[in-house]
Design a protein around this ligand. Structure first.
Ligand code: SAH
Ligand code: F3S
Length: 452
C-alpha cells in the first residue's frame, strides 16, 4: 500500500489545509508513513511569515534531496506560502515534483493522481455522506506536530484533535500591512459560499467534531465579495444551526473590520465562544501607520471596551510585532503600556523580520537584533505575569470544558475562553462537555477536577 507523509508548519489555516490533504490522500488509498523516508508521496506545507519559519522550510527541503535520490519515484510537493514563483523554484529545486499554491488542496490531489502513484482501486470506506459511523475517530495528529516557530504557545502543548475542526471561510486578504508576505502569497479575498461551509461543518460533525473554528487571514472580511454580499454574522448564524456542533470560534479578526453585528452575534448565539483573536501589532500610532494598519491605538482601546461591554468575560488574544522599522524606545513603551492596560488573555509576540517583496522591505531595519529580542522578552515576561494572574482568579471556579483528547493519562480540553484545562476522569470524555472545578492555574494551562 503506498504511503504518504505531510509535514506542516504555520497558521491554523495551514493546519486545516494539511488535514484536508491527509484526508484526500487517505481517500485515494494512501496510508500514513511512519517516517518521511518511507513515504511515496511527501508534502511540505510551508510558512514564510518570518525568516525563522522560512529557514525551517528550506532546511527541510534540502534534507529531502538525498531521500529523493534514494527513492527517485517518490513524489515530492512543496505547498503553501513558500510557493511564490513556481518557475524560479523549479529551476532552484529540480528534485521537487510539484509546487502548489497555499490552500490549493485540490491542485495537490490532482498532481498526485497524475503522478500515477495512487492505488488502482481507491480504498474508500463508504461515501462521504452516508454509512460513516457516528462515533469519534481516533485522534489523527498531523504527521508532524505544528509548533509555532517562536514563543510558548498552548496550542503547541497538546496534539491536534478531531473534536475541534478548522474550516476555511475566506481565503486571502485585501489589507496592505506593509510587513506582511502572507497576503502576497495568498492573494485577494475569496469567500466560500455559506452553504459550502455549512455542508463541511455538517460533515465534520457527523465524523465527531464538536467545535468548528471558522478561519480567514481576515475573517471579518467574510462575504463582502459574495453575490449577494453576506457578512461574518450571517455565517455565524448559519453554522449555529448545525446539529452536533457545540461550539463555534472564528479567527483572525482585523480591528478595523470587526463589526458591531459580529460582536452582537457573539453575545446572542450560545454556541459562539466569547473569544476574539484581535491582533493589535503595536500600541504606537506612528508604528501602526507605517505598518499600514487602519486604526489608531485609541480606536483599538475603544473596540476592546465595546467588546467587553457587550460580552462580559470575553477572552481577547492579540499579536504583537516588536522592533518594526523606526520603533523607538518610546514607541515600544506605548505598546508595553497598552498590554499592561488591556490585560490580554494571550499575546503572540514576534520580532520583526524583513520579508522579501513587502513594502516595509524599503524601510531601514534599524532596531538591532539584540534590542528586538530584549523587547520580545519584555512582552513575554509581562504577559506571563498577566495571564498567570488572570488564570489564578479561576481557581475554585467551575468551568465548561470541551474535551479534545488525552495526554499522559489526563484528559484535556478548552474553556469557552480558549484556556487549556487538564483533568483526571474515568470513562470516555472525548468530545463531551465537562464541568471542571479549577484547582491549579499556571500561565499556559489549568488543572481541575470534574464536578458531577
Ligand atoms: N491576518 C493574519 C496574519 C497572518 S501573519 C492572521 O493572523 O491570521 C500572523 C502574525 O504574524 C501577524 O499577526 C503578525 O503579528 C506576525 N507577522 C507577520 N509578518 C511579520 C513579519 N514580517 N515579522 C514578524 N512578525 C510578522
Ligand atoms: Fe497580512 Fe495584514 Fe492581511 S497581517 S494577512 S495583510 S490583515
Amino acid at each position: 500500500m503506498p504511503l504518504y507523509y505531510v509535514w506542516n508548519i504555520g497558521c491554523q489555516m495551514n493546519a486545516a489545509d494539511a488535514r484536508r490533504v491527509e484526508e484526500g490522500l487517505e481517500a485515494m488509498g494512501f496510508r500514513r508513513a511512519p517516517q518521511i523516508e518511507q513515504a511515496d508521496v511527501i508534502v511540505l506545507n510551508t510558512c514564510v511569515v518570518r525568516q525563522s519559519a522560512e529557514d525551517r522550510v528550506w532546511g527541510r527541503l534540502h534534507s529531502l534531496k538525498p531521500v529523493k535520490r534514494r527513492n527517485p519515484t517518490a513524489f515530492l510537493a512543496l505547498m503553501g506560502c513558500a510557493v511564490g514563483d513556481p518557475k524560479a523554484l523549479a529551476a532552484q529545486f529540480p528534485y521537487v515534483d510539484a509546487f502548489i499554491r497555499p490552500s490549493d488542496v485540490e491542485g495537490l490531489l490532482r498532481a498526485v493522481e497524475q503522478s500515477g502513484l495512487a492505488p488502482a482501486a481507491p480504498a474508500r470506506c463508504g461515501s462521504e455522506r452516508s454509512g460513516e459511523p457516528r462515533t469519534l475517530p481516533q485522534p489523527v495528529p498531523l504527521s508532524e506536530p505544528c509548533p509555532s516557530d517562536e514563543g510558548e504557545d498552548s496550542r503547541a502543548a497538546v496534539p491536534p484533535s478531531p473534536v475541534s475542526r478548522g474550516i476555511t471561510a475566506i481565503y486571502g486578504c485585501n489589507h496592505r500591512c506593509t510587513y506582511c508576505i502572507v497576503r502576497l502569497r495568498r492573494g485577494g479575498e475569496t469567500s466560500r459560499p455559506v452553504a459550502d461551509i455549512v455542508r463541511e461543518a455538517c460533515q465534520t460533525a457527523e465524523r465527531g467534531a464538536r467545535e468548528v473554528v471558522l478561519l480567514g487571514q481576515n475573517v471579518d472580511a467574510y462575504g463582502r465579495d459574495l453575490n449577494p454580499p453576506q457578512d461574518l454574522a450571517d455565517l455565524l448564524y448559519a453554522v449555529h444551526e448545525v446539529e452536533g456542533i457545540y461550539r463555534i470560534r472564528f479567527l483572525t479578526s482585523h480591528p478595523g473590520d470587526l463589526s458591531p453585528r459580529v460582536i452582537q452575534a457573539v453575545r446572542d448565539l450560545p454556541k459562539v465562544c466569547e473569544h476574539f483573536e484581535l491582533p493589535v501589532q503595536s500600541g504606537d500610532d506612528g508604528v501602526l501607520r507605517r505598518m499600514g494598519r487602519t486604526y489608531t491605538a485609541a480606536e483599538y482601546r475603544a473596540l476592546v471596551a465595546a467588546i467587553r461591554e457587550a460580552v462580559p468575560g470575553a477572552a481577547i488574544a492579540t499579536d504583537i510585532i516588536v522592533g518594526f522599522p523606526g520603533e523607538t524606545e518610546e514607541a515600544f513603551q506605548n505598546t508595553y503600556r497598552l498590554l499592561e492596560e488591556i490585560r490580554f488573555d494571550a499575546v503572540h509576540v514576534a520580532a520583526y523580520s524583513v520579508r522579501p517583496g513587502t513594502p516595509a522591505e524599503r524601510l531601514p531595519d534599524d532596531v538591532p537584533p539584540d534590542e528586538k529580542e530584549r523587547r520580545r522578552k519584555a512582552v513575554d515576561d509581562l504577559q506571563k505575569r498577566i495571564v498567570g494572574e488572570i488564570n489564578r482568579a479561576l481557581v475554585g471556579q467551575a468551568v465548561e470544558v470541551l474535551v479534545e483528547g488525552q495526554k499522559k493519562g489526563r484528559w484535556f480540553g478548552r474553556t469557552r475562553t480558549n484556556k487549556l484545562v487538564f483533568f483526571e476522569g474515568a470513562g470516555d470524555w472525548l468530545g463531551r462537555l465537562a464541568q471542571v472545578r479549577i484547582t491549579w492555574a499556571g500561565p499556559w494551562s489549568l488543572v481541575g477536577e470534574v464536578t458531577p
